[in-house]
Write a protein that binds this ligand. Structure first.
Ligand SMILES: [Zn+2]
Length: 423
């Protein structure tokens, strides 16, 4: 019985299907059918029990309202059981030189699995993978870049990719041949000099011999094959370059931390060593003090650098002014060689760096005055039109890839023997 002024509330028919909507959680997916229409999939958002109006969002984004009493059938799509049969494939080439991208796919019952984590390992564990882990894309594909440590000889390695899908772990292993010859150096450091800066002092006759003073920094390896390292490096240098190249009497000098001073610190990478680095300047000072009367003795610095792979294993610094790069400087030749060069695979490193030094100091003799005019071009005559510091001849000393190389061509010996460093 209604009293005056009261508004009747129209109660909807409480069908069993309307009751179903009362307990739905927003966000759940439902399939509804109206009056024999095709089923519609809707994401449920709200139900008003007073009006019986259901709201939801159709696939594609359209908002939908309907009266629960109009619903003929209501289904909850069941989630299929998780796939428990994952499979991973890995594509590895027959051989990898230094670096290579490898790819693969993760599927489950032949359906691509996206967003799954794939981890990589190698046996022996010498390879680096970037990135590790990798994540599969929408097609189930993954990729990572394999890096072989520089200086690695030819060998066999297995690569494994592993993933876990729905709690099931699966992996695939492929075997390949790896190698990565080291790079001797990046580009040598070279400063052109004027005719006046060509040294004229002589300790013997002109064109007699070239002299090398070696120094071991603390932490530098001093032996190879049980022999003294510098002596090993100097083996056959005269025969290969075709003119006398001799070690300074007394042999290499072992430097101590006291010699270098408390602030001495080289960069971790030889590649990043600059000619005017303060600690390198300290070394240049030591060399200049040892040879107050000549700039012709080449300094070879055996130094530890902490980087394990990559980068230069030796670098030559040519016509470097002491104490500064000005016309009043004394200009010296420096070669810096890393411990990595001492692994038996890079025996021609010193021979190679000496080549840069000889090319950087090559000169032309004025036939009238006998004065030496610097060529001021560090190029390797074995490169096309002398366009490069290095060449690509397979066993040539001046090939940019490090190794145990032994060959030179005549044009290289000819240019080298025009160095103004003869004492
Ligand atoms: Zn080089």
């Amino acid at each position: 019985m209604l009293r005056k002024g009261e508004i009747p509330i129209k109660r909807h028919h409480e069908s069993s299907l309307c009751n179903e909507f009362k307990n739905l959680v927003p966000g759940i997916k439902i399939i509804v059918t109206f009056h024999s229409s095709n089923p519609i999939t809707v994401v449920f958002t709200d139900f008003d029990p007073n009006t019986g109006i259901v709201s939801g969002v159709k696939v594609g984004g359209n908002v939908l309202f309907f009266d629960c009493r109009r619903v003929e059938s209501l289904f909850f799509p069941t989630t299929p059981p998780p796939c428990m049969n994952p499979m991973i494939t890995l594509n590895v080439p027959d051989s990898i030189t230094c670096t290579r991208e490898i790819t693969g796919t993760v599927t489950c019952n032949s359906v691509p699995v996206s967003g799954t984590v794939v981890t990589f390992s190698s046996d022996p564990a010498i390879l680096t993978f970037i990135s590790n882990p990798a994540i599969t894309n929408e097609n189930g594909q993954f990729s990572t870049t394999v890096t072989v440590p520089e200086g690695t000889g030819v060998g066999s390695v297995s690569i494994t990719a592993t993933t876990t899908v729905n709690g099931v772990t699966t992996s695939e292993t492929e075997t390949t041949t790896i190698s990565c010859p080291p790079v001797t150096d990046n580009n040598p450091v070279f400063f052109p000099i004027t005719q006046e800066q060509v040294p004229t002092e002589t300790a013997g006759g002109l064109f007699s011999f070239v002299s090398v003073q070696a120094y071991y920094l603390p932490g530098a390896e001093v032996t190879r094959n049980g022999n003294e390292r510098f002596r090993e490096d100097m083996k056959n240098v005269s025969q290969i370059w075709g003119f006398p190249i001799v070690a300074e009497p007394g042999g290499p000098i072992q430097l101590t931390p006291n010699d270098l001073g408390p602030s001495f610190s080289l960069p971790s990478s030889l590649t990043n060593l600059k000619h005017d680095n303060a600690s390198f300047k300290r070394l240049q000072e030591i060399h200049a003090a040892k040879f107050p009367n000549t700039v012709k003795v080449i300094a070879v610095w055996y130094a530890p650098f902490s980087e394990q792979t990559g980068g230069a294993i030796g670098t030559s610094f040519n016509n470097v002014g002491f104490p500064n790069q000005s016309s009043t400087s004394r200009f010296f030749q420096h070669i810096v060689i890393r411990n990595t060069a001492n692994n038996g695979n890079n025996n021609s490193t010193l021979l190679h760096e000496l080549g840069h030094t000889f090319f950087a100091t090559a000169s032309i003799e004025n036939p009238v005055t006998g004065q030496l005019i610097p060529q001021n071009n560090i190029c390797d005559p074995a490169s096309p039109n002398c366009s490069d510091d290095h060449n690509t001849l397979p066993n040539n000393i001046m090939n940019s890839a490090a190794g145990n190389r032994t060959e030179l061509v005549n044009s290289q010996r000819q240019k080298a023997s025009s160095t103004f460093l003869f004492l």
